[in-house]
Structures are given as structure tokens and as C-alpha cells.
Design a binder for this molecule. Structure first.
Ligand code: S3P
Length: 173
């Protein structure tokens, strides 16, 4: 297996946890794109949003992803929730590897997870708890068109990290 494994999906779907798990099980390096951006920029993601704005973040996100995709060795990469939805990211991903995976969860489950961790996520920090479900429903609907361009869609509801990891490994030759 010489290609990169790319995980994508909405905030809270488990990209980072599952990415780290798969990387360990396949003895590959793991990179979380948000962590990479924060390291490169010397700021946290909320700080980048606050100080430089979302457009700046989206540009940086794409540039840093290109740098990761250009690395000449296999690795597991977890994208940010919005990464696939701007510019030509899904085209870049599909050109770079046959192994892109959309970790799919229903909005209700995402809301349950995200309501416990709104502060770290600038896009939902300011949303009142009672409006979060409507926001996620609409946002997920808009983004699904990008996410479903992944080579594989993995329905994750009710599955453990190990079970999801196994489903992903089964697709990799
Ligand atoms: C974002 C998701 C975040 C992070 C940023 C924007 C989004 O990543 O990139 O806050 O647009 O959905 P996670 O999906 O890892 O939370």
C-alpha cells in the first residue's frame, strides 16, 4: 500500500480518532490537517479564524493540504470538516489517491457530539444550543455534495472505532 488514506466528513464524525487508529494499525504516519495548519501558522484554529478570518483559513487549508499530498510516502490524513467544500479540494484528493473515505453520520448524532465541544470549533461557537440542530442539518445537507465525492462512503452510526477501522482496511489493497 503506497498511497495516502484520506478521511473526511463533518465536524465531530471522528476523523482524528479513526485516522490515528488506522495509522497505528497499518504502521503509517498520521497527520491531522488542522494540527498541521496550527503548527505551520503558530496559532490555534480559533485564533486563525479570529485574527485572520475564514477566507484566509480556507486558503491556508488548501495550500497545506497540497503540501501534505505532495509528500512522497504513504500516510493517513484527516481533513478538516470544511476542507473538501472549497476550491478544487475533492479533485486534488481524487487525483492523489484511490483511498478517500467519507465518515458518514446522521445530523442528530453529530449534534449530540458537537453540543459538548462547541468552543473549539469557530463555526459553531456562537450558535445557541437550541439552534445547533437546525444549523447542522442545513450545513450537512450543503456539504454532503462534496463529501460524497470521496471514493468510499462509510456509514459509522453505532460502530466502534475498531469496526470503522476494519471497514476502511477492507477497502485498501
Ligand atoms: C471546520 C472544521 C474544523 C476546522 C475548522 C473549520 C469546518 O475541523 O477545520 O474549525 O468548516 O467544518 P474538524 O472537522 O476537525 O472539527
Amino acid at each position: 500500500m503506497s498511497k495516502k488514506i484520506i478521511l473526511l466528513g463533518y465536524m465531530g464524525c471522528g476523523k482524528s480518532t479513526i485516522g490515528a487508529h488506522i495509522a497505528t494499525s497499518l504502521s503509517l504516519p498520521f497527520q491531522d490537517l488542522d494540527v498541521f495548519i496550527a503548527e505551520q501558522e503558530g496559532k490555534s484554529i480559533p485564533e486563525i479564524f479570529q485574527e485572520k478570518g475564514e477566507i484566509y483559513f480556507r486558503r491556508q487549508e488548501q495550500e497545506h493540504l497540497k503540501r501534505l499530498l505532495a509528500l512522497p510516502y504513504p500516510m493517513v490524513v484527516a481533513l478538516g470538516g470544511g476542507t473538501p467544500c472549497y476550491g478544487k479540494v475533492m479533485e486534488l484528493v481524487r487525483e492523489a489517491t484511490p483511498y478517500s473515505f467519507y465518515l458518514q453520520l446522521p445530523a442528530k448524532e453529530l449534534v449530540a457530539r458537537l453540543s459538548l465541544q462547541q468552543e473549539q470549533r469557530p463555526l459553531i461557537t456562537g450558535i445557541a444550543k437550541e439552534n445547533l440542530e437546525e444549523f447542522v442539518n442545513i450545513h450537512l445537507f450543503e456539504r454532503a455534495a462534496f463529501y460524497t465525492q470521496a471514493a468510499f462512503v462509510i456509514p459509522c452510526l453505532g460502530l466502534s472505532v475498531e469496526e470503522i477501522g476494519e471497514k476502511i482496511r477492507q477497502k485498501i489493497k
